[in-house]
Design a protein around this ligand. Structure first.
Ligand SMILES: CC(=O)N[C@H]1[C@@H](OP(=O)(O)OP(=O)(O)OC[C@H]2O[C@@H](n3ccc(=O)[nH]c3=O)[C@H](O)[C@@H]2O)O[C@H](CO)[C@@H](O)[C@@H]1O[C@H](C)C(=O)N[C@@H](C)C(=O)N[C@H](CCC(=O)O)C(=O)O
Ligand SMILES: Nc1ncnc2c1ncn2[C@@H]1O[C@H](COP(=O)(O)OP(=O)(O)OP(=O)(O)O)[C@@H](O)[C@H]1O
Ligand SMILES: N[C@H](CCC[C@H](N)C(=O)O)C(=O)O
Ligand SMILES: [Mg+2]
Length: 487
C-alpha cells in the first residue's frame, strides 16, 4: 500500500488541505486517465491548463489533487496540496512512487542538439556487449535489458521514466543511458533523478519555436549540469563554443573531450571513408565502422563515458571497433549500379551541414550528390530557409519535399525552405511535395557512382499529415525504387 505522505517526501509544499495519510492507487497528470483513489497533478501546459480539469478529476474519484493554485471550491474527502511547481512535484512524486529506481542503477544522461540518440544507443550496445544488463531511453526505442518497447518522446514524462527505471532495476539492469532533451529539462521530466553522469554533445539551432531564444535554449541545457550531484561526472565537448558554459556551475566532477582543443579525452581522425573512420583515441589507433567527423566526437564521448563508468581502456576500444550505425543515422546501401543511398535523421541545419560535409569529404570524383529533404510542420520555422541554403549549397542537386507536415500546408513549408536558396543555386533545386515521388525522382536522376542523401526522417516509419500517420520508411522506399529501376 502506498500512502500519500510517503510520495510527498522531499516535495516542497506550500499548503495542505486534508489528510495525507490516505492510501493512493496511482499518480496521473491527465484527467482523462485518472481513476478511483488516484492522485491528479494539475499542470499548466503549453496548450491547456490542467487546473481546469481538477473538478473533472474529482468527479472521477481521485483522492488527492496536487496543484499550483488551489480551487475555490474543495470537496470533502479529497486532499488538496498546493506546490510552487507542479511539474517538479510530479517528478519527485514519481521517483518516490517507484521507490527511487535511479539510485539503484547507474544512470547517464546525454544532452545537446545532435548526437544524443547515437551516443545513448551505442553506449547501450557497448555495455550489453561487455556483458552487462543495460537499459536505454531514446527517441527511437526503449530497452529494458533485451526487451524492446516503443518510445513516444526523446525524454518521456517523469512518471514514464521512473516506471521504466523500476522495470530496469527489477530486470537486473546496472547501467541505463538516456537522452535528455531541452523540453525534458524545461518541463522537469528529469528532476529528482539521481544521475551518475551527464554528457554534453553540442549546441546549435533547434527548437527556437519553444525556447524564446538561443540563450534560453542554452541555459535550459546547462540546468541539467547545474543539477548533477557531486558524485556524478560531467563530460563536455570542449570544441563546442558552449562546452565550457555547460559546466560553469556544476558541482559534479568535470571532464572534457575534443578533437581540436586541449581536453582530458582526445581524438584524431586519420582517415574518413565509406568503409569507416580510422581514429586515434588517447594515442591508440583503431578502425571503426561509423562514418563522418561528427561520429568521431560521438565515439570519443562514448569512450570517455565508458571509462568514467569503470570499464578498461583496451576493452572499450575493442568494443568500439565493433559498433555499427544506429537505425536512420547515416544508414546506407550501395546499389547494383554503385549508387550510394544514404538515409539520415539530419533535421537541423547543423546536422544537415555535417552530413553533407562528410559526404563531400568522402566523394572522390565528379559524382552527383542528390539530396532529398524537407522540414517538419508545427516545428521551428526559422530553420527552414537555413536548411534550404545548406542543402543547395552543399549538394549538386536538391529535391525539396515534405517531412511530417502535421497541421501545416506542405507547399507553404517548402516555399519557406526555398527562400534560403541563393540565386546561384536555384538551378540545382526542384520541389516535389509527395515524398515518395521526390525519392523516386532522385533515383531516376542518379547515374552510376552517384550519391543520394535522404535527410530528416531517419528511423521514422511514418509520414504525419493532419494528425494521421501513414506508413513511410525512407530506407525501405529508396532500396525498393533502386531495385525496381534496375539501378
Ligand atoms: C510542447 C510539449 O512539449 N508538450 C508536452 C507537455 O504537454 P503540455 O503540458 O503542453 O500539455 P497540454 O496539452 O498543454 O495540457 C496541460 C495539462 O493538462 C492536462 N489535461 C489536458 C486535457 C484534459 O482533458 N485533461 C488534462 O488533464 C494534460 O495532461 C497536461 O498535463 O507534456 C506532455 C506530458 O509530458 C507531453 O506529452 C507533451 O509533449 C508533446 C506531445 C510533444 O510533442 N512534445 C515534443 C515537442 C517534445 O517534447 N519533444 C522532445 C524532443 C525534441 C528533440 O530533441 O528533438 C522530447 O523529449 O520528445
Ligand atoms: N555529434 C554530432 N554533431 C553533429 N551532428 C550529429 C552528431 N551526431 C549525429 N549528428 C547528426 O544529427 C542527426 C541526429 O543524430 P541523433 O539522432 O544521434 O541526435 P539526437 O540528439 O538524438 O536528435 P533528436 O533531438 O532529434 O533526438 C544524425 O542523423 C546526424 O546527421
Ligand atoms: N524530435 C524532433 C524530430 C524531428 C524530426 C522531423 N522528421 C520532423 O518530424 O520534424 C521533433 O519532434 O521536433
Ligand atoms: Mg534523439
Amino acid at each position: 500500500m502506498i500512502v500519500l505522505k510517503d510520495i510527498l517526501y522531499k516535495v516542497p509544499l506550500e499548503k495542505v488541505l486534508g489528510n495525507t495519510s490516505v492510501a493512493i492507487r496511482d499518480i496521473n497528470f491527465d484527467s482523462r486517465k485518472v481513476g478511483l483513489d488516484d492522485v491528479f497533478v494539475a499542470i499548466n501546459g503549453s496548450l491547456s491548463d490542467g487546473h481546469n480539469y481538477i473538478k473533472g478529476a474529482v468527479d472521477k474519484g481521485v483522492i488527492a489533487i496536487v496543484c499550483e493554485i488551489l480551487p475555490l471550491e474543495t470537496v470533502n474527502g479529497v486532499t488538496y496540496i498546493q506546490v510552487k511547481d507542479s511539474q517538479e512535484a510530479l517528478a519527485m512524486m514519481a521517483s518516490n512512487f517507484y521507490d527511487n529506481p535511479s539510485t539503484e542503477l547507474k544512470l547517464v544522461g546525454i544532452t545537446g542538439t545532435n548526437g544524443k540518440t547515437t551516443i545513448a544507443t551505442l553506449l547501450y550496445n557497448l555495455f550489453s556487449k561487455a556483458g552487462y544488463v543495460a537499459g536505454l531511453l531514446s527517441t527511437v526505442k526503449i530497452m529494458v535489458g533485451n526487451t524492446q518497447l516503443n518510445a513516444s518522446h526523446t525524454t518521456p514524462d517523469s512518471l514514464t521514466i521512473n516506471k521504466f527505471l523500476r522495470e530496469m532495476v527489477d530486470a537486473g539492469v546496472s547501467f541505463c543511458f538516456m537522452e535528455v532533451s531541452s523540453h525534458g529539462i524545461d518541463q522537469k521530466r528529469t528532476s529528482g533523478l539521481e544521475f551518475a553522469g551527464g554528457v554534453f554533445t553540442n549546441l546549435s539551432h533547434d527548437h527556437l519555436d519553444y525556447h524564446k531564444d538561443f540563450k534560453e535554449y542554452r541555459d535550459v541545457k546547462k540546468l541539467f549540469f547545474d543539477q548533477l550531484p557531486k558524485t556524478a561526472f560531467a563530460l563536455t565537448n570542449a570544441d563546442d563554443k558552449n562546452g565550457d558554459v555547460m559546466l560553469q556551475n556544476t558541482v559534479a566532477r568535470k571532464y572534457s573531450y575534443a578533437a581540436k582543443t586541449v581536453a582530458d579525452y582526445k581524438v584524431q581522425i586519420l582517415e574518413n571513408q565509406f568503409q569507416g573512420l580510422l581514429l586515434k583515441i588517447n594515442n591508440q589507433e583503431l578502425w571503426v565502422k561509423l562514418i563522418g567527423n561528427f561520429n568521431a566526437y560521438n565515439l570519443l564521448a562514448i569512450y570517455a563515458t565508458a571509462e568514467l563508468l569503470g570499464l578498461e581502456q583496451l576493452e572499450i576500444l575493442q568494443l568500439i571497433s565493433t559498433l555499427e550505425s544506429v537505425d536512420g543515422r547515416f544508414q546506407f546501401k550501395i546499389s547494383e549500379k554503385n549508387i550510394t543511398a544514404i538515409v539520415d535523421y539530419a533535421h537541423t541545419p547543423d546536422a544537415l551541414k555535417n552530413v553533407l560535409g562528410t559526404i563531400n569529404t568522402i566523394r572522390t570524383g565528379n559524382e552527383e550528390l542528390i539530396t532529398v529533404v524537407g522540414c517538419g510542420g508545427d516545428r521551428d520555422t526559422a530553420k527552414r530557409p537555413k536548411m534550404g541554403h545548406i542543402a543547395s549549397q552543399l549538394s549538386t542537386k536538391v529535391i525539396f519535399t515534405s517531412d511530417n507536415p502535421r497541421t501545416e500546408n506542405p507547399e507553404a513549408i517548402i516555399e519557406e525552405i526555398e527562400k534560403g536558396v541563393s540565386p546561384e543555386n536555384f538551378r540545382k533545386t526542384l520541389s516535389i511535395t509527395d515524398r515518395k515521388q521526390a525519392i523516386k525522382t532522385a533515383c531516376q536522376m542518379a547515374a552510376e557512382n552517384d550519391i543520394i542523401l535522404i535527410a530528416g526522417k531517419g528511423h521514422e516509419t511514418y509520414q504525419e499529415v493532419n494528425g494521421e500517420r501513414t506508413d513511410f520508411d525512407d530506407f525501405k522506399i529508396v532500396n525498393e525504387l533502386l531495385i525496381a529501376l534496375n539501378k
